[in-house]
Design a protein around this ligand. Structure first.
Ligand SMILES: [Mg+2]
Length: 357
């Protein structure tokens, strides 16, 4: 088997990349090349710090090694980051490395990653999607047919009383429901900014609008709050995009903190961890709906492992990921190319807008 001869990492940035952590920390591109010239690609996170972790710690553990078994690489690499990053930036970086190794695995076997995960996968299936929007439903989304997830609460004034705040949120939900009609799925995302009382009040106020879930209403650390919500909230609770590793998902699952699990494959630890999370969820009879699942990294798991496939719209500024299929008429299909089916211009690693160490 060919051996790993190079590991490269960079951070491509496009003109429409948001001017916040989602650009500076949320995304990096990893390329792992083997001695026969095959290149596996993965997108991780951690920004310049994540790139430093790869360059200074992970790369040396991979060079001159065979690319298989990927799961053993994951164990070695995760042990190496244990003292400084079993969660957060180092795990985001490791995710990109793991995905690049899975891309290599697919290319070596001439199979899509979805086929590696499930030999019986129906590659041409059309996967339904939902569109994530902020505060209001834009006209083009209102005119479409997909489900809609509404980010709520970011623009609310901190001077509002809890009652006025919940009333304002409920008004936004009502307007969104009116914009998309009665039958399309509607969800909300509070991005960890509410508290338990606000969430329960909000849930009882908007029950009539038929929400599929409330996503990340509480800070990640409020485990008791999530436990109460699981028992008392009339609307299912979703979350997981900021939780790292299958080990941590096991605690969330065992304590029944969420009804819907939303790991982000580019941050949680890569495909190796996603496979474990799907298995845990299946055992517990919980649903997995990966964060930004329409991006190719997560789309393969949805196609291969999910009997209720649903993909969240991806980040529009990731236009440097070549081969990414578009959402057409509300659905998306996997490409049939080996690996993840992604393509990158080699010049990306040298482009003027790319950050390198
Ligand atoms: Mg979210």
């Amino acid at each position: 088997m060919p051996t790993i001869c190079d590991v490269r990492v960079c951070q491509p940035i496009t003109a429409n990349s948001p001017d916040d952590w989602r650009t500076s920390i949320g995304q990096i591109l990893v390329a792992i090349e083997t001695s026969d010239g095959t290149i596996g690609y993965g997108v991780g996170g951690g920004g310049l710090a994540g790139m430093h972790v790869i360059e200074s710690v992970l790369k040396g553990l991979l060079l001159d090694q065979e690319s298989e078994p990927v799961e053993e690489h994951w164990s070695r690499l995760s042990r190496a980051v244990l003292p400084f990053g079993p969660e957060g930036i180092a795990m985001m970086a490791l995710s990109g490395v793991d995905l690049a190794l899975w891309d290599l695995r697919g290319k070596c076997e001439q199979k899509t990653v979805a086929q590696l995960l499930n030999p019986k996968v129906h590659l041409l299936q059309t996967i339904p999607t939902y569109q994530t929007v902020w505060e209001t439903v834009p006209p083009e989304v209102a005119a479409a047919t997909t489900g809609v997830k509404l980010h709520l609460g970011a623009s609310a004034s901190s001077t509002l009383s809890q009652t006025a705040f919940v009333a304002a949120l409920a008004k936004q939900v009502q307007q969104a429901r009116e914009a998309i009609g009665e039958h399309r799925p509607l969800m909300v995302d509070a991005w960890m900014t509410w508290d338990l009382k606000t969430t329960l009040k909000f849930a009882s106020r908007v029950e009539a609008f038929n929400l599929e879930w409330i996503e990340e209403p509480l800070p990640l650390t409020d485990l008791n709050g999530y436990e109460t919500l699981f028992q008392e909230c009339p609307i299912p609770i979703a979350g997981g995009e900021h939780i790292f590793t299958a080990h941590n998902f096991r605690s969330i699952i065992d304590r029944r903190l969420h009804t819907i699990l939303q790991p982000d494959i580019c941050w949680v630890g890569g495909m190796t961890e996603m496979v474990k999370i799907y298995a845990l969820a299946r055992e517990a009879n919980l649903r997995v709906i990966p964060h930004r699942g329409a991006e190719l990294w997560g789309l393969h798991t949805i196609a291969a492992l999910d009997n209720q496939p649903l993909a969240e719209s991806g980040r529009p500024w990731m236009s440097w990921v070549g081969g990414q299929p578009k959402i057409i008429d509300g659905t998306i299909q996997l490409p049939e190319r080996p690996g993840f089916g992604v393509e990158f211009a080699p010049s990306l690693f040298h482009a003027p807008t790319t950050k390198r160490l």
